[in-house]
Design a protein around this ligand. Structure first.
Ligand SMILES: *Cc1c(COP(=O)(O)O)cnc(C)c1O
Length: 414
């Protein structure tokens, strides 16, 4: 970064510090990953200089000879990879992608329905503090109190009672496979539009490690930077009949010029995600998560729903006599980065909930496998037993760093 070093050494140094952090720690936040060097190069390119409001061949600015090609490639790759009839790759991120769906198909005050935030849903599925919960009338389904799986009976009952315009499926903290077929049946029964938000799992879907919502959903939204391992961005896959409405909602409804550097990087990530190597990666994410879950339980941890089917694990730390926030902080000191999280039916407040949320996409991107998952479970148990012992936590951080240095991360200089 020789130009940045010279022009702005302060920011250059901070980027170096963050590089070291991403290199030397085990990153378990399930929504994060390591984008490849190729993705980073496209994302940091001169495409950031270009304005191109509109869509290919229908732009409001001249000079689109190159941009039209890039966006068309990204769209075609998205359609091909996920088997979608149509795609929009312009949403700035996952939240604006969801907002575009609401804007296209609902009016303020209309009923929309999604999984409650404190049961694993996303803010944009109708939570109070989100625009989606204040401009629209949110109906929230929950998990079954015994199984901690989505309460599909509740989904059907609430949908029949409230007849939402849009039924959202998808989650941000749900360790099990979502049955998209049931959602599709319910949506048909009540004449709702089914939107599946696959932000967390789109890499798993791309690699065939999770059932795809694309055949049964009207609309599928996603981020591009989570398990899909692309740049920060969003996209919308849809049936052809919805393309016009969605495209209009994204631009001019919600956004101005698309982020062309991001579009190019999405195209690169989609090319990478279409390889056999990525299929192996997606399956390894799940294999690692299942193995980690098993070993965490052997170390005495209680997991929500007693395991996982995907990339993500929720730990209820209270059975170990600790709560989410201090546990997450102690783990960070030990070089293991996660986030604290509510568990279903959590009696504790959201700023110090009962659990933590972890996931395997980043570790798996480094090539870590089953032995490393076993080692991680041992470290996490040691942290739980030494939550206030700074010396011990720092000792673990040293061991973590040693392991990390054996597994170079994509996009991170060694
Ligand atoms: C991460 C996430 C989003 C939002 O993505 P941003 O890019 O952070 O706006 C939306 N929905 C779900 C389910 C997510 O997990």
């Amino acid at each position: 970064m020789k130009n940045l070093d010279q022009i702005d050494p302060e920011i250059a140094q901070l980027i170096k510090d963050e590089t070291v952090r991403q290199r030397d720690k085990i990153r378990l936040i399930p929504s994060e990953n390591y984008a490849s060097s190729a993705v980073l190069e496209a994302s940091g390119s001169i495409l950031t200089n270009k304005y191109s409001e509109g869509y290919a061949k229908k732009r409001y600015y001249e000079g689109q000879q190159v941009i039209d090609q890039i966006e068309s490639i990204a769209i075609n790759r998205a359609k091909e990879l996920f088997g979608a009839e149509a795609a929009n790759v312009q949403p700035y991120s996952g939240s604006p992608a969801n907002l575009a769906v609401y804007f296209a198909f609902a009016k303020p005050g209309d009923n929309i329905m999604g999984l409650a935030l404190d049961h694993g849903g996303h803010l944009t599925h109708g939570w109070d503090v989100s625009i989606t919960g204040s401009f629209f009338n949110p109906i929230r389904y929950e998990l079954n109190p015994q199984t901690h799986l989505i309460d599909y009976d509740m989904v059907r009952d609430l949908a029949k009672k409230h007849r939402p315009k849009i039924l959202m499926a998808g989650a941000t903290a749900y360790p099990r496979i979502i049955d998209f077929n049931i959602f599709s049946e319910v949506a048909k029964e009540v004449d709702a539009l089914l939107c599946v938000d696959m932000a967390h799992i789109s890499g798993l879907v791309a690699g065939g490690a999770h059932p795809s919502p694309v055949p049964v959903a009207d609309i599928v939204t996603s981020t591009t930077h989570k398990s899909l391992r692309g740049p920060r961005g969003g996209m919308i896959l849809m049936k052809k009949k919805h393309r016009k409405a969605i495209n209009k909602a994204v631009f001019p409804g919600l956004q101005g010029g698309p982020h062309n550097h991001t579009t190019a990087a999405i195209a690169v990530a989609l090319k990478e995600a279409a390889t056999d190597e990525f299929k192996v990666y997606a399956h390894k994410i799940v294999e690692n998560a299942k193995h980690l879950a098993k070993h965490l339980m052997e170390q005495g941890f209680k997991l929500v729903s007693d395991g996982t089917d995907n990339h993500l694990i929720l730990i209820d730390a209270t059975t170990r006599g600790i709560t989410g926030k201090p546990f997450a902080k102690a783990l960070d000191t030990a070089g293991i980065v996660c986030n604290y999280n509510t568990v279903p039916f959590d009696p504790r407040p959201p700023f110090d909930p009962s659990g933590i949320r972890i996931g395997t996409p980043s570790m798996t991107s480094r090539g870590m496998g089953l032995p490393e998952m076993e080692q991680l479970a041992i470290w996490m148990n040691r942290v739980a037993e030494n939550i206030e012992n700074k010396t011990e936590l720092e000792k673990i951080a040293g061991e973590v760093k040693e392991l990390c240095n054996k597994f170079p991360a994509p996009g991170i200089p060694e």
